[in-house]
Design a protein around this ligand. Structure first.
Ligand code: SF4
Length: 371
């Protein structure tokens, strides 16, 4: 018997929300024009009704109760532990559970503490509707400690600090914003639909409301033409905002995006790994007077170890980048290959001899066959 559940999920969430329950108050992106973005391509933005969203939350509650019943039947006293999760994920029992049920089980397994509201711009909802959803969520899951979501800077800039404060008090305590760049030239070129001033306005309002703000920066987005300006202006904008977190997510020009076509036409000239790293160095050098945590946890970032808090770790960040550039060219190539293959996570990993030799052979083969 397949246990069907009716509950909707959107396509993405930030990496840091891997253990969060996903609830989808809106569908897709109301802007949907950024040239590097493919996530909501060919979709239409929709606000869902409060009733629909509440039905989804109710469906999750029922799934959680059902999982608790299975747990009791398995002698696990209502806990969602290894035994219960193995049972739910196994295809070797009388029931088969669909993905939403497994998602809820994984959420319960990790403590059921956090919720992420999808999709791209949740604050675009009417404040009272969003408050009603947040309160209902809390009513059905009183133990939740953190609700987070994505939002566009312009949308945040259109909410009053008072409304944002009410939203925070109702439980939405962290917002992720795709800042991408603080350079007006770059923002216009990538059709972000926001200026540097919009980013500052939206960011400052969120901070003033006490909402923990996570700003995403995209190294490489200025290409050859605006690399320097992208670094310096992005730092300037973040210095004005002082967000809790700055997350680096290096540009990848994906096939099928407008930016990919612009690259083929020669309108956008991407820069390589090492130029991007120099750009990041310049960016960090210009961050000043803020107390943000820098996180570089995206697989596309060359140096994942650029992680720490400003201002105290600034010299450490610059030292890590300088250490990379002080290495011999061959070691830099080996590191990059190791990183791109998902093997290396830090420069210290180069000291593992077997992996180093394997990657060295890989580099030599590339140089011979595809220089
Ligand atoms: S605002 Fe975000 S989700 Fe919407 S198109 Fe731009 S990058 Fe994509």
């Amino acid at each position: 018997m397949i246990l069907h559940t009716c509950y909707e999920q959107g396509p993405i969430r930030p990496p840091s929300e891997a253990r969060s329950l996903l609830i989808r108050p809106t569908r897709n992106c109301p802007w949907n024009k950024c040239t590097f973005c493919h996530t909501y391509k060919d979709t239409r933005f929709q606000l869902r009704t409060v009733e629909e969203i509440k039905n989804d939350i109710m469906a999750v509650r029922e799934m959680a109760d059902r999982i608790a019943e299975f747990s009791w039947q398995l002698g696990q006293e209502g806990h969602t532990n290894d035994a219960v999760v193995s049972f739910l994920f196994s295809s070797d029992n009388d029931h088969r559970f669909d993905d939403p049920m497994r998602h809820v089980a994984a959420w319960l397994y990790y403590g059921a503490q956090t919720v992420f509201l999808q999709d791209a711009d949740t604050l675009i909802m009417k404040t009272d509707d969003l408050l009603e959803v947040l309160r209902y969520l809390k009513e059905k899951f009183p133990d939740i400690s953190r609700v987070t979501s994505y939002c566009r800077s312009r949308t945040a800039g259109h909410k009053s600090v008072e409304d944002l404060r009410r939203i925070r008090e109702a439980g939405l305590v962290r917002i992720h914003v795709g800042l991408e760049s603080g350079s007006d030239d770059v923002l216009k070129f990538i059709r972000k639909g926001a200026t540097a001033a919009d980013h500052i306005e939206g960011g400052q309002r969120l901070v003033a409301a006490g909402i923990s703000l996570c700003e995403y920066v995209m190294p490489g987005l200025g290409g050859k033409r605006w690399s320097r300006e992208h670094a310096i202006e992005t730092a300037r904008v973040l210095n004005e905002i002082n967000p809790d977190h700055i997350r680096l997510r290096t540009l990848s020009v994906r096939r099928g995006t407008a930016l990919y076509e612009m690259m083929l036409q020669g309108e956008f000239q991407p820069i390589g790994d090492e130029e991007i790293l120099k750009e990041i160095r310049l960016f960090i050098e210009h961050l000043d007077g803020i107390e943000s945590r820098i996180v570089s946890d995206h697989i596309l970032n060359l140096l994942e170890e650029l992680e720490g808090k400003l201002p105290e770790d600034k010299e450490k960040f610059l030292g890590i980048i300088d250490r990379y550039f002080s290495m011999a060219e061959e070691d830099r190539l080996i590191f990059r290959l190791g990183r791109r293959r998902g093997i290396y996570r830090s420069l210290d990993d180069l000291s593992e001899p077997d992996t180093y030799l394997q990657l060295k052979e890989g580099v030599e083969r590339y140089q011979r066959e595809e220089p």
